[in-house]
Design a protein around this ligand. Structure first.
Ligand code: NI
Length: 179
């Protein structure tokens, strides 16, 4: 399964509410496997379908990667059923390269969704796994972690991103001059 191209902010698909999946068919199974491979290759601990250009409600999460055993969770149409407590963790996003910020989230969550065998699953998560679920489910609503910091911080982030993008453009130009 090839690794997919990850969409980068400000790609509009990252700011669009994703559609419910109505049939868990071969296409969805293939998409999930491509997303998992893309997440591991990046490497990241979670990925949502809009990040690979598909505006549908599918996420993959493996919060233990890269430290320990793989524990891949694939969820279709995931919903947050309950939240508890508050936690502030540093987050980054494969679609917002070069930026890391502290984000306040719920400390514990109860998530409901479907797995690839069409079984309904409920997953209790806390700490980093809870953060990962909330970050990925945000992606399905068209919300990025940089939308969850203060306006002041967001201004600083946007300037930093413009600078990073200019640097990337400059280095690409250089690359195109190699013979
Ligand atoms: Ni992300």
């Amino acid at each position: 399964m090839p690794v997919a191209k990850i969409r980068i902010y400000p790609d509009p698909i990252l700011q669009t509410k994703a559609a419910e999946i109505e049939n868990i068919d071969d296409r969805v199974v293939r998409l999930a496997s491509e997303m998992a491979e893309t997440m591991y290759a990046a490497p990241g601990v979670g990925l949502a379908a809009p990040q690979v250009g598909v505006s549908e409600r599918l996420i993959v999460v493996d919060a233990r990667h890269p430290e320990g055993t793989n524990e891949l969770i694939t969820l279709i149409n995931p919903e947050i059923i309950n939240i508890e407590g508050r936690i502030v963790e540093e987050e980054g996003c494969l679609s917002v390269p070069g930026i890391r910020e502290n984000v306040a989230r719920a400390q514990r969550v109860l998530i409901r969704g479907y797995d690839l065998d069409e079984r309904q699953r409920e997953i209790e998560a806390e700490g980093l796994l809870a953060v990962a679920f909330q970050h990925e489910i945000d992606h399905l609503e068209g919300i990025l972690f940089i939308d969850r910091v203060s306006r002041l911080k967001r201004g600083i982030i946007q300037r930093k991103m413009r600078k990073l993008m200019q640097e990337t453009k400059a280095s690409k130009e250089q690359g195109s001059r190699l013979f």
